[in-house]
Ligand binder design. Structure first.
Ligand code: UDP
Length: 326
């Protein structure tokens, strides 16, 4: 069975669905701090906090785990600056607990959720995997630490891993079994949809004086189902003897905040009021990734690779999840 930590969360639940569709049996582990009960639609569920090493051992005793996909983590960059301890304890210490138990039970295959936040401010675009990693916040720092620890562990303990550095995960399952739901919500697309649905007055544009064509930040939005698919491909890569590797997962196209708002107006057919305010601290002007390596080695091919598809699936899910009749 495949252990999916954080499988009740946004990306973990989409990957859990794809794993089950691909014929894998899964055990979802989640402490439900940010997870959603109604996202637990596939596999068996164990409510466990990775801070509890003995409880992790119980899961490994109960099921025959062949490989682990490790999604469980806190993901609010701003919060990680205000309360780094919260992030290091969960994203680093608790991750080490999991690796310790994997080691004890000789589970040697891991797919790890890393992030483009490990790069810090880009020196060149698109970002490739060999770009220097100088994270500018504790969230990215903790993920980078895990990447480095994995390198050491893989050499010492025969562990093979794939670290996947996500760009901006967006969109929702096209069948709307699961989707994006955060509390608090800080992400651009769901907040724009709130504005489109009349649930918030406006969307705030954080900074219009960036060195980009329209002055707003550019990001690489990658559909969550494409991300999930990359995890299956990474697992198969490890199953067929692939060596430890790191891959970017982005779609290679950057969109500005204004472009995302304009596209959301088209998709929803609604007015969206945008209010320009000051920059949000810590936002690099442009983050766009090259996923050439994942395409070549994992044979990964994003399907939902344009903004229309991403926002359309996000909007379909949003309407269902918020009971918006439009
Ligand atoms: N953003 C914005 N208004 C918002 C939320 C986000 O202008 O209410 C911008 C943010 O500055 C960034 C982009 O949208 O340039 C994507 O932000 P998000 O928080 O979705 O993801 P991040 O890039 O921080 O991972």
């Amino acid at each position: 069975m495949i252990l999916v930590t954080g499988g009740a969360g946004y990306i973990g639940s989409h990957a859990n669905k794809e794993l089950n569709l691909a014929g894998y049996e899964t055990v979802v582990l989640d402490n439900m701090s940010y997870g959603h009960q109604d996202f637990l639609k596939w596999g068996v569920f164990e409510e466990v906090d990775l801070g509890d090493t003995e409880a992790i051992r119980d899961v490994f005793r109960k099921y025959e785990i062949e490989a682990v996909m490790h999604f469980a983590a806190f993901t609010y960059v701003g919060e990680s600056v205000e309360d780094p301890q919260k992030y290091y304890l969960n994203n680093l210490r608790n991750t080490l607990n999991l690796f310790q138990v994997m080691n004890e039970f000789e589970v040697k295959k891991l797919v790890f959720s890393s992030t483009c936040a490990t790069y810090g401010n880009p020196q060149k675009i698109p970002l490739t995997e060999d770009h220097p990693q100088n994270p500018i916040n504790p969230y990215g720092q903790g993920k980078l630490m895990v990447e480095k620890i994995l390198k050491d562990y893989s050499q010492a303990y025969d562990l093979r891993y794939v670290s996947l550095r996500y760009f901006n995960a967006a969109g929702a399952d096209p069948e709307q079994d699961v989707g994006e739901r955060h509390d608090p919500e800080t992400h651009l697309i769901p907040l724009i949809l709130d504005a489109a649905a009349g649930k918030r007055e406006d969307i705030k544009i954080f900074g219009t004086d960036y060195p980009t064509p329209d002055g707003t930040c550019i990001r690489d939005y990658i559909h969550v189902t494409d991300l999930a698919d990359a995890h299956i491909k990474a697992l198969k890569y490890l199953e067929t003897g692939g060596k430890s590797e790191v891959f970017n997962l982005g779609n290679g196209n950057g969109f500005s905040v204004r472009e995302v708002i304009e596209e959301a107006k088209k998709v929803t057919g609604n007015q969206i009021k945008a209010t320009e305010i000051e920059r949000r601290p810590g936002d690099p002007p442009i983050l766009v990734g090259s996923s050439k390596k994942a395409r070549e080695i994992l044979k990964w091919q994003p399907k939902y690779d344009d903004l229309t598809k991403i926002i359309t699936t996000a909007w379909e899910w949003y309407k269902k999840d918020n009971e918006v009749g439009m």
